[in-house]
Design a binder for this molecule. Structure first.
Ligand code: ACO
Length: 441
């Protein structure tokens, strides 16, 4: 192999520049030049210098990260080096969250302490209930979650001290612990049900099911199969490197906003139908299709560009999303308890037809994590509005890990992209009278 540099010749000036190339763990894990190194390429001294133009960050690395590795060509996802398949099979969400946030799997005592702390911070201030009461009866739970998690910032003003690792850790525990409570309370509000308080005897997902579904029983007993299925789904959703919402978390956090405000922004980004809102849209799409025999007609509409096949396609995966593979197995276990969701038949038919149709094959569109997760959530008794909320809870660990990594990274400053200005050149202000006269002429 030759030198780790790139030689660029600017044909405007005939000058050549040698720019260093840096790598991730291995050259195949990411090779990049610094965009700032392009700045030296100028046609004159007063020229700003060359930029790279990359709308939507299609080919721009915004950071060096040690958290999550995705190989979209080969369908690989690893947290801190551990394959997602092994974590889904052998870990729990809280252990995986610890791994994502700390970089290493915990020892028994570290895990016990971590679980104890999170379990004992699940309560939220009673005033949050008053905020929730202010929401309309049919308010979307994701909107309520975004609003209330942002409001937590006002309860913990010390969280602004983002440079103190001990302060940061406290907020990490609080957010991990309180997101399920906020989510469950939002759901109970939308159903007109009394709020159910956390039960410290239960696991993370067992307690979430308790806060969501407890009615008159003195002690809620979650179904262990559903509790574990939810835990696996949470592991799969814990982090996904520099996606839209994580980029929002890092972007907001880069201004040194407190983590509650930054996380509210990240959750807002997740809400969109092209991101974490897609699982909700998948269910709406499957309902609209209605039956297996109507699948070919829907596929035709997709190919004509009238609609998107929701739950298909991904910016990074150009192969089967490994999370979708695992989810299909989880679905079988859940359906043994709940009975098969009739929408599954339609989803399987959509996948079967799409995977052999040239439109999808040529564009390398495969099912993503959202294609099957909604069907499972619905079978477990969640209304569709809760789907993005069920995404936001586990993604909290990823958002927080990425936020802390950004804060500790000496190369990171306030996030501030450049632009290529293409608007009008300098012109003089036209007084209103002259504008009106011009219109009349
Ligand atoms: N249905 C139909 N066509 C699609 C789909 C789809 N779901 N996704 C992409 N395409 C087509 C595009 O129209 C485009 O076709 P063209 O080359 O003829 O113009 C081509 O495939 C490439 O797609 P892009 O939109 O350029 O891909 P991009 O990386 O920008 O978008 C995205 C990725 C947003 C996920 C897109 O695939 C999509 O909208 N999917 C549906 C929504 C969805 O499932 N989102 C969840 C993503 S996973 C997550 O966030 C957890």
């Amino acid at each position: 192999m030759g030198k780790d540099t790139l030689t660029v010749t600017d044909n405007r000036t005939g000058k050549s520049y040698e720019i260093p190339i840096s790598y991730g763990t291995y050259p195949t894990y990411g090779a990049a030049i610094k965009a700032a190194d392009l700045k030296q390429i100028k046609v004159s001294d007063d020229d700003f210098g060359l930029m790279s133009y990359d709308p939507s960050f299609g080919n721009t690395a915004s950071c060096r990260s040690t958290i999550t590795h995705i190989d979209g060509e080969r369908g690989i996802l690893r947290y801190r080096g551990y394959p997602i398949e092994q974590l889904a099979e052998q870990s729990t969400y809280l252990e995986t969250g610890y791994l994502i946030l700390h970089g290493e799997l915990p020892t028994r005592s570290q895990l016990d302490a971590w679980m104890w702390e999170i379990t004992h911070h699940t309560m939220i201030h009673e005033s949050i209930k008053k905020f929730l009461d202010g929401f309309h009866y049919d308010a979307h739970p994701m909107g309520m979650l975004i609003g209330t998690v942002g409001a937590l910032s006002t309860f913990y003003p010390e969280a602004k001290d983002i440079h103190d690792p001990a302060v940061r850790r406290k907020q990490v525990i609080r957010l991990m612990a309180k997101m399920p409570t906020l989510a469950a309370f939002a759901y109970r509000h939308s159903r007109g049900l009394p709020y159910a308080y956390p039960d410290n005897d239960l696991s993370y997902t067992g307690n979430l099911l308790n806060m969501l579904f407890k009615t008159t029983e003195l002690k809620y007993a979650p179904n262990p199969v559903l509790e574990r299925a939810l835990d696996v789904l949470f592991i799969l959703h814990a982090d996904h490197e520099q996606n839209c919402s994580t980029n929002a978390m890092r972007g907001i956090g880069s201004s040194h906003a407190d983590p509650y405000s930054a996380l509210a922004g990240a959750a807002a980004a997740l809400y969109g139908p092209l991101h974490g809102g897609a699982n909700e849209q998948v269910l709406r799409m499957l309902n609209e299709i209605g039956s297996k025999d109507r699948v070919p007609a829907y596929i035709e509409r997709v190919k004509k560009g009238e609609v998107l096949l929701m739950g298909f396609g991904h910016r990074v995966y150009k192969n089967y999303d490994p999370r979708a593979q695992i989810i299909k197995q989880v679905a079988d276990e859940v359906f043994e308890v709940t009975g098969v969701n009739p929408l599954l038949e339609i989803a399987l038919e959509l996948e079967r037809i799409a995977l052999q149709d040239d439109y999808f094959v040529s564009r390398r569109l495969y099912p993503n994590v959202d294609f099957y997760s909604g069907i499972i959530y619905q079978a477990m008794g969640f209304p569709v509005e809760m789907f993005p909320v069920l995404f936001a809870i586990p993604r909290t660990s990823g958002w927080l890990a990425q936020w802390e990594e950004m804060l500790e990274d000496k190369e990171q400053r306030i996030s501030r992209p450049r632009q290529v200005y293409a608007g009008p050149d300098r012109r003089d202000y036209v007084p209103m009278a002259a504008r009106e006269a011009g219109k009349a002429a």
